[in-house]
Design a protein around this ligand. Structure first.
Ligand code: BGC
Length: 362
């Protein structure tokens, strides 16, 4: 048997083992109820925020998929307020949802919501962002460390392997922000050690807020150090960072992002942002909705990895991510039906636009 085949068999065995482990989870869902088979599955979806375009996309796709599977979704958004998110989770639990899906604002604080759900026999899925310090049932996300690697790799390559960077990290309450940093550091650390790259200034953007990101970049500019790269961890904070650059009339700086939001794709076309990361939300949202329904029914879910959350190795599913820049916008986000061609190239006269690709809606 080739090494590849051996690895495949091992990963298959692992998947089955993890899948079985989830099936033994808190359960108690629709299938075990008295009206087995007839009861409509109720999913509680608790979101940190809907202020960023990405989370509206997650919600819409998740709800549509769950509906297509015959489930009902009760959606709550906490607008970045921890106390509100806790109350909303409690009300979803009181509403006797069969499974609770949480995008935590604060991954550590939401452990309490998981504990309360478990007391009522409700399994919990952490969606996109990990909930730490608790016995969690499932974590469905993207490869977040790889997001950070791709951002830093792209930036360093565009800078010709050397120069000065300003870094805008994400919200310190979001475990993902730490994972993005971890991936970025993997690429940057050796270059910083060798003296090729310098980080002139960096800070965490509280709540992933563009206003806070703008403040961080303004502080960097005030220091008076020239920089060629702006390592922004997501499109929202990149937007704030770019505003600071524009106000200070700084041009030619390479700016990273993440989420392939429409505004970011338009900035990539006009040159004020250089790259973003495409996270195919349909994979995450559809996958999570399918798994939520299975968990609610007490059926096994096949996880393909585990992620340690400080308390347990959480059965997890990690989806792939892709670097997007001006030369592959068409073949990635546009061809995938993630962003509309006409909107992305809105600022470009029709005669100067690239050829519109065939769009294959997933
Ligand atoms: C998500 C990113 C998003 C950021 C800000 C992170 O947890 O993974 O996609 O841009 O939060 O909302």
């Amino acid at each position: 048997m080739s090494v590849r085949n051996i690895l495949l068999v091992i990963s298959l065995i692992l998947s089955v083992v993890i899948g079985a482990a989830i099936a033994r989870g808190k359960g108690g869902g629709a299938e075990q109820s008295a009206d087995h088979g007839t009861k409509k599955i109720k999913i509680g979806l608790s979101l940190d925020t809907l202020k960023e375009a990405r989370w509206q996309g997650d919600r819409d796709r998740f709800v549509a998929k769950a509906k297509s599977l015959g489930a009902e979704v009760l959606v709550q958004s906490a607008s970045g307020n921890d106390a509100d998110q806790m109350t909303q989770c409690q009300s979803l639990i009181a509403n006797r949802v069969d499974v609770l899906v949480i995008v935590p604002h604060d991954g550590r604080l939401m452990a309490k919501a998981v504990e309360e759900a478990h007391k009522e026999g409700i399994p919990v899925i952490a969606y996109d962002r990990l909930i730490t310090g608790v016995d969690l049932d499932l974590y469905v996300t993207f490869d977040n460390v790889e997001v950070g690697r791709q951002q830093a790799r792209f930036l360093v390559e565009k800078m010709g392997g050397k120069g000065t960077i300003v870094r805008v990290l994400g919200a310190p309450t979001d475990n993902n922000a730490k994972l993005f940093k971890q991936g970025q550091d993997e690429i940057l650390d050796p270059l910083i050690k060798s003296g090729a790259i310098t980080i002139a200034h960096e800070d965490w953007a509280e709540d992933w807020s563009p206003i806070n990101a703008k403040k961080i970049v303004t502080a960097a500019i005030t220091k008076g150090v020239a920089f060629q790269g702006l390592l922004a961890s997501a499109d929202g904070v990149a937007g704030g960072a770019i505003q600071a650059l524009t106000e200070e009339k700084l041009t030619g700086i390479i700016v990273t992002g993440q989420d392939a939001e429409l505004a970011a794709c338009q900035k990539i076309v006009d040159g004020s942002q250089t790259m973003t990361i495409y996270k195919p939300l349909h994979l995450l949202a559809n996958g999570a909705a399918e798994m939520a329904v299975k968990l609610a029914q007490g059926r096994p879910v096949v996880a393909t990895a585990t992620v340690n959350n400080g308390t347990v190795d959480v059965p997890s599913v990690l989806y792939r991510v892709l670097t997007v820049h001006k030369d592959n916008l068409c073949e990635t986000v546009i061809a995938d039906g993630f962003q509309p061609f006409e909107e992305v190239y809105r600022s470009v006269p029709e005669s100067q636009r690239p050829l519109k690709p065939t769009v294959v809606k997933p």
